[in-house]
Design a protein around this ligand. Structure first.
Ligand SMILES: NC(=O)c1ccc[n+]([C@@H]2O[C@H](COP(=O)([O-])OP(=O)(O)OC[C@H]3O[C@@H](n4cnc5c(N)ncnc54)[C@H](OP(=O)(O)O)[C@@H]3O)[C@@H](O)[C@H]2O)c1
Length: 356
């Protein structure tokens, strides 16, 4: 049971919070999913400009798996032993300089870590209001996938209506958010995956066409040529990295833009730099977790302005692979690690977050 007691003080709905300890997923040593234990930890305390959020739902990310394995430490200032980089929950208290009318709001967002816990603190401007149409579980499945896809593809790669975009690992959480956002922005999404069934399911969500690949990636440029009548794609959203980067350079149209978002397929690639010059390509990498707070506020504001209305109208929706209770976090890690997922692995942190 949580050591924070939240009580609603009628009639102004203010909440009183008495902090002691809260339940959290704790990485007790480096290793497999068994090194995560549910333990009581000191309750977080909101500093000036911060909100205290009672987490209803969160979701898993590759960053959590890497952190557990000791290969992706939390950024400075963030608890290094509690994973979790996204959340949906209710504001229950706030530090100084925060409008107390925020208390009681349903908010979601990304944090540097420690989201797999009953309570967390977040900067008051680095959260967005959750539309009423989203359940807690849906809201918990949303921030990392949609903010990453929106920031990389729509903002940094400046996706325009009519653009053709190739998404590698299209059946991933970020990939499925990108497929839907591409459609909502008037672009045409194509995809790759190693599992044909994921591409078939992604086509129901708006993917125009896709190719299932194995070790040999040479069919990718040929497929893109076929799909685009020889023109190539305007944008690549590369969630895989490694040898996919070289295939992407071949698939891009002249003056194409490539965003490297993930390196799940490897950190090295042999590139034909001459192709990059001749096509006048722009290639950039991106990461969210370690960005300074001002930049995380900016991406959250852009998400709130451009993506939340699409979530509200149902034009885009989070795709949920499975839902696990906080106590079942080991199974959630195993599920994500299996590579069998289609969409997000959600963590139900409070009893309010019944599956949608
Ligand atoms: N830069 C950032 O800020 C940021 C933020 C979020 C995520 N990411 C990265 O973006 C990528 C997608 O994240 P996600 O959370 O959406 O992933 P996810 O839901 O866990 O899905 C990843 C999928 O990638 C495919 N995959 C696994 N290993 C692969 C390999 N060696 N080669 C090719 N495909 C492989 C698997 O599907 P199939 O094998 O069935 O195709 C797997 O289901 C990850 O690399 C993640 O680290 C980066």
């Amino acid at each position: 049971m949580s050591g924070i007691v939240v009580s609603r003080g009628a009639p102004n709905r203010r909440l009183r919070v008495h902090s002691t300890v809260v339940r959290a997923a704790v990485i007790v040593s480096t290793g497999g999913p068994e090194v995560i234990e549910i333990r009581d930890v000191p309750a977080p305390v909101p500093a000036a400009g911060e909100l205290l959020v009672r987490v209803a739902a969160s979701a898993l990310n590759r960053a959590d798996l890497l952190q557990r394995a000791g290969r992706y430490p939390a950024p400075p200032g963030v608890a290094g032993n509690i994973p979790g980089i996204e959340f949906a929950g209710e504001v229950v208290d706030a530090g100084s300089a925060v409008d107390r009318a925020r208390i009681g709001q349903r908010v979601f967002g990304i944090v540097g870590g420690a989201a797999h816990a009953e309570f967390l603190v977040a900067h008051e401007r680095a959260v967005a209001a959750i539309p009423e149409s989203l359940s807690w579980v849906q809201a918990g499945a949303t921030p990392e996938a949609f903010i990453t896809a929106h920031d990389a593809m729509c903002i940094q790669a400046a996706l325009r209506p009519g653009d053709r975009v190739l998404i590698h690992a299209a059946g991933s959480g970020v990939g499925l958010a990108a497929v839907q956002l591409a459609r909502a922005f008037g672009a045409v999404p194509y995809g790759t995956a190693r599992t044909a069934e994921k591409l078939e399911r992604a086509m129901l969500l708006g993917l125009e066409n896709g190719i299932a690949v194995g070790e040999d990636l040479s069919p990718i440029p040929a497929a893109v040529e076929d799909w685009t009548n020889g023109r190539g794609v305007d944008v690549v959203l590369d969630l895989a990295g490694g040898p996919y980067v070289a295939a992407s350079l071949e698939a891009l149209a002249p003056r194409g833009r490539m965003m490297l978002v993930g390196t799940i397929a490897g950190r090295r690639s042999e590139l034909d730099l001459g192709r990059m010059l001749a096509k006048r390509l722009r290639v950039a990498g991106t990461v969210l977790r370690s960005r300074p707070i001002e930049e995380r506020i900016a991406v959250t504001l852009a998400f709130a302005a451009e993506v939340v209305p699409l979530l509200e109208s149902g034009a885009v929706s989070p795709v949920i692979d499975s839902v696990h209770d906080l106590g079942g976090i080991g199974d959630a890690h195993r599920r994500l690690e299996s590579n069998a997922t289609f969409g997000k692995v959600v963590l139900r942190v409070s009893d309010d977050a019944t599956p949608a």
